[in-house]
Design a protein around this ligand. Structure first.
Ligand SMILES: Cc1ncc(C[n+]2csc(CCOP(=O)(O)OP(=O)(O)O)c2C)c(N)n1
Length: 514
């Protein structure tokens, strides 16, 4: 058996059944192994940023890692932005990177680079396999690392001769450590803080944003008056009617500071102390007031849900508490695009159990609150600020959940980084409705420029305006096999969106928002 075959068999035995790939010559033996071995589905991404974004979306929904198959250092490097987003989301992922054969590398052929160095930048675990005899156990260790809470990026570099050499055999899967529990004393500390009556907030992230975590957090909020918030970027959150409506910390620093004003305690569950997305002259880096104390109730790798349940029980919170009203009921809006009106229309039409994937930049921020009263859904979002995440992430989420509708909310500038994912949606007939907010500018960068007290000049206009030539999203989408329609009003959007949700398969709606 070749090293490549034993590695693929080991990954399958360890529960990895999806391979998102963009292979090359050094991965040929992996491709032939995938040809021979049943149990691993292979999906092609036409750029590595698509491959890694797909693996991220898949793992966030499947709650287990996919494998990526990437070509040497440069192929991996093309995937780094979405690996960065995945790392910030604590997504489990196993990257298999083919590389020069061990004896060929010293001759410095063209694709030779510091592959380990590149992979270390975004991986929690990196190893280069030395022999066909070791590659299978290296693979088992990679899966174990990826699945270790809170979820890690594991990258295994496999030189071509390690992949093609015979004499290998599969390794057994390795156990995955359970999430560590929070110490009882830590729960008691949180209890004392919440009973003190001083203004407190629970900042929920990771598993705390699942349905069970939110319900326990709501019991605590109901009993103590503590505020509940999520970070500005959430990796995955259960939302919609019947679920506690927890808002995110606003993106603009001034709004974020205002939101946390007056707090004396922030209790962290799987989250870091909140900071501004960027620094601005004269504005704070830390969002919470200086006199506010930070307390860690659960680190990202710990069992935050159980910690919340213990805390709710110890506080004597009722098992079932009322869910607070979260803003207006969804309604159909009309006229030109306006983010809240759009959100309300979306909320009115959202199919049950949808997965919303958001990389919508300025068009996306106002969509969150008005969709609290939509049908129950999951919200997954770009977590690392490296734009171009939406299309690939939605593609991977749709692979993970073929029975659920995926709605991808994608800003146009960000969408251009990874639009090839549409082709994968078409080829795999994935059930994704992509909504592109076509404002034909990098609007956020104009806003930042105005925020800095400047006016746009010729360079700014040249760098922030996408209108020359105008991007034709319907043409781009159709060119990759995805049906598409352009709309300019909310009424028109509602009609097209309803029809798109009533059919299966990928679809794209270009919303000309200005
Ligand atoms: C990988 C990466 N490159 C560049 C940026 C810088 N950047 C942030 S937002 C943005 C433009 C966003 O424009 P668009 O996606 O059209 O959204 P809009 O601001 O118009 O809502 C850019 C280039 C980034 N965040 N990530």
């Amino acid at each position: 058996m070749t090293g490549a075959e034993s590695l693929i068999r080991t990954l399958i035995a360890s529960g990895v059944e999806m391979c998102f790939a963009n292979p090359g010559t050094t991965e040929i033996y992996f491709v032939t192994a995938l040809d021979k071995i049943a149990g691993m589905r292979s999906v092609l991404g036409l750029a590595e940023t698509v491959v890694t974004g797909c693996a991220d979306g898949y793992a966030r929904m499947a709650e287990k890692p996919a494998m990526t198959l990437l070509h040497c250092g440069p192929g991996f490097a093309n995937g780094i932005a979405n690996l960065h987003n995945a790392r910030r989301a604590n997504t489990p992922m196993v990257n298999i990177v083919g590389d020069q054969a061990t004896y060929h590398r010293p001759f410095d052929p063209p694709l030779t680079t510091d592959t380990e160095g590149l992979t270390r930048a975004v991986s929690h675990w990196v190893r280069t396999s030395n022999s066909a005899q070791e590659v299978a156990s290296d693979g088992a260790a990679a899966v174990q690392a990826a699945r270790t809470a809170p979820g890690q990026i594991a990258t295994l570099i496999v030189p071509a001769d390690v992949a093609w050499s015979e004499g290998s055999s599969p390794a057994l899967s390795l156990p995955v450590p359970a999430r560590p529990q929070v110490a009882p004393e830590t729960v008691q500390t949180a209890l004392r803080i919440l009973r003190s009556g001083e203004p407190a907030m629970l900042l929920l992230s990771g598993t705390a944003l699942g349905e069970e975590g939110l319900v326990a957090a709501q019991r605590i909020a109901h009993t103590t008056g503590a505020k509940l918030l999520a970070p500005t970027q959430v990796h995955r959150m259960a939302r919609g009617r019947g679920r506690p409506p927890v808002n995110r910390i606003p993106y603009p620093v001034d709004w974020a500071v205002k939101e946390l004003e007056g707090l004396k305690h922030v209790i962290l569950l799987g989250s870091r102390p909140p900071v501004g997305f960027f620094a601005y002259p004269g504005k704070p880096s830390l969002i919470a007031p200086p006199e506010c104390a930070m307390h860690v109730l659960a680190r990202p790798e710990q069992d935050a849900v159980t910690a919340l349940e213990w805390l709710a029980d110890d506080l004597g919170a009722p098992r079932s508490v009322p869910i607070p009203e979260a803003g207006p009921k969804p309604r159909f809006a009309s006229g030109r695009f306006e983010a809240e009106a759009f959100a309300s229309t979306l909320a009115a039409l959202l199919p049950e159990n949808t997965i919303i994937v958001e990389d919508a930049v300025t068009s996306g921020r106002a969509i969150f609150p008005p969709t609290f009263n939509a049908a129950p859904h999951d919200w997954i979002q770009i977590t690392g600020g490296a734009i171009g995440h939406g299309f690939p992430c939605a593609t991977g989420a749709a692979v993970a959940c073929p029975d659920r509708k995926v709605i991808c909310l994608q800003a146009d500038g960000a969408g251009m980084y990874s639009l090839q994912a549409l082709w994968t949606q078409a080829r795999e007939n994935l059930d994704v409705v992509n909504v592109v907010f076509a404002n034909r500018v990098y609007l956020i960068l104009y806003a930042e420029l105005h925020g800095a007290g400047q006016s746009p000049g010729p360079a700014s206009n040249s760098l922030f305006n996408l209108g020359r030539p105008s991007l034709d999203w319907v043409g781009l989408s159709k060119g990759m096999g995805v049906e598409a329609v352009s709309v300019e009003t909310l009424e028109n959007f509602a009609d097209v969106f309803r029809a798109a949700c009533g059919r299966r398969g990928p679809f794209l709606i270009e919303f000309k928002t200005r």
